[in-house]
Design a protein around this ligand. Sequence first.
Ligand code: PEP
Ligand code: MG
Length: 753
Amino acid sequence: MAQVNAAREILRRLHDVMAGKAAAQVKLNQVVKLVAAELGSEVASIYLLRDGVLELFATQGLAQSAVHVTRLSMGQGLVGNIAARREPLALAEAKAHPDFAYRPETGEDDFHSFCGVPILRREAAIGVLAVQHREPRNYAEVEIEALQTVGMVLSELIHGAGLVDDAQAARMRAANSGPTRLNGLKLVDGLARGVAVFHQPRVVVEHTVADDVDAERVRLVDAFARMRTQIDDMMGRSEFVAGTDHHEILETYKMFAYDEGWARRINEAIETGLTAEAAVERVQSRNRLRMRSIDDPYLKERLTDLDDLANRLLRILSGQLGTAAQMGITGDAILIARNLGPAELLEYDKRHLKGVVLEEGSLTAHVIIVARAMGVPVLGRVDQLFANVNDGDELIVDAGNNALLIRPTAATIKSYQAMRALKARQAEQWAKVRDLPAISKDGRQITLYMNAGLLDDAVAIPLAGADGIGLFRTEFQFLVSATLPRRERQQSLYRGVLEAAGDKPVVFRTVDIGGDKAVPYIDGDEEDENPAMGWRALRLALGRSGLMKVQARALLEAAAGRALNVMFPMVSEPWEFAEARALMEQQRERLARSGRPVPSEIHYGAMIEVPALIEQLDVLLPMTDFVSIGTNDLTQFLFAADRANPRLADRYDWLSPAILRVIRRVVCAAALHDVPVTVCGEMGGRPLEALALIALGVERLSITPAGIGPIKAMIRSATLEPLSDSMQDWLAQPGVNIRAELSTAAKRQGLSF
Ligand code: PEP
Ligand code: MG
């Protein structure tokens, strides 16, 4: 059997076969004939998957009477083995293999050696191409590769002729890859079932045989150049600063993108007559094969990076540049990504997006806050995600148990359904307390607001049982918009929210853009090496007073005739608050002067999320009508721990004395100045953390809507006085494990979390 030239000759002739007008069966007969002739083998056969079984569709060299008669299940015999494992198999002595299944009707007794490769479509095996030789012989790697190349072209021919059912093949692949469980970290609680959809979809190569090899070579060079520019550009972007995980990945990408060996191998595949796309895919399937046999997690990770990059190259070559959101998702989908930005997530259709699984991710990253607002469960930090999940696999995201169930068995699906039923019963219990106040057994009343950012959230206030909206993140509208939202659009959103809230209060926070909430149409600071601490939020808004004035007008007009509550994010010094307030007041006066309606009253608040401000509460508090503690940012600045860094995601505890003592300081200072305090970070949405905050004296929480039911139920079963006393004791002593103590004390009261 010959070498690369043989593959080239076969491809040339396959091209003619495919272009011909003959029926599919005739074409398959021609293919086996020419494969046997060009590769010098006595036998060439094609098995295709029909009704879940591999059926001999065409052969040269075996008995013709066996065609459409010989059938093997997935995993059965050598052919079934190749399809099930989606890997080639080459044997000098076929009969010696334990899986060899003798099929007398084929008349294969005379043949000793055997070499077969899977015919793959969308990574699912749809058939097998095999050659056999009379003499025992070892097959060289180039021979196997030549066969794989033919297999690739066959896949196109078979699909084009409609000889197999793609959906059935995908199901077969799922059935044969078996159920798997991966552990991760709960980022947004919930339980969801759906089909795996890759945020960056894998490209399906439709045309495999080149019309003009030189042209394909040029296309590859161009695609490489574009890919290298993209990577270089990304490396220059501020969110990928050195030292972060993203940067590390990009370094690897860069190494591969400039790797001459990789480009050379793809060029060699083009030489055999493949299109540039097919050549990339051809080389990549070899890499994927290698990946499966590697145990070292580091190397495996790097090969996954290469896979990702190959997919990028394919997207450039094929012009399929969109994300799954841009291409549109249908049916219940579980989104698979390395990481996502908040704007990227918001692009997905809420009706179909049931869950998100990330290889990275951390609890207080804005994308997670957006997911929480959308009510979508998220599991993060799932190792080996890409190596284990195939596009189209059935998945169950069980965030509460930190688990991803891939290709679940019928029994797992049943227990998932039981869990869902249990959750529904729990929700019914919470629904019973929904309209009751959050009053503890010893008579302390807590106000439970919800966090929001979308108009739909406001409509959900009564459903959630919230006392109002304690934090409306106005930047969500900016994040979902391709251009700066005009004043009319802003105003109509705010008016809609106020109308939906009825007589319940709403606190609007002015835009918190920048950091990980970058929008393309507003220049941040390109030089920002540390965007979370950079030109962000109120700093950016005061720096671009035009932006702030437009938002001020939109808010004032939307709240005409009723009370407006507005607060400013990332206040670091009292003068920043004063300046923002003055800007709003100027706008109010202008409106009033021109005779237009203005709000009946305005309450101004400051977010407390920068530690420096806590040292100046004596200056700040007399100027404010209320304050709101943003524990997400406060924690990141207090611990100097990037809230979006997955490695730091569970390193520091929200119940550490450092945080609790700082919050207590704010609560005490605010009480002295008679200024109401709310806590609006994610911390307050977790029952034990909420209990700690209440024990510290916090009387208002603004939390995720889904948290209101459980937290209200908890408050109504708690006796708070003794917990407050204990909290003071724990904070006074060094080295107390407050999480453990509080949890024991809560359990003693019969509270469960
Ligand atoms: C916070 O920082 O805690 C907060 C509520 O604001 P954001 O999460 O939007 O930064
Ligand atoms: Mg914040």
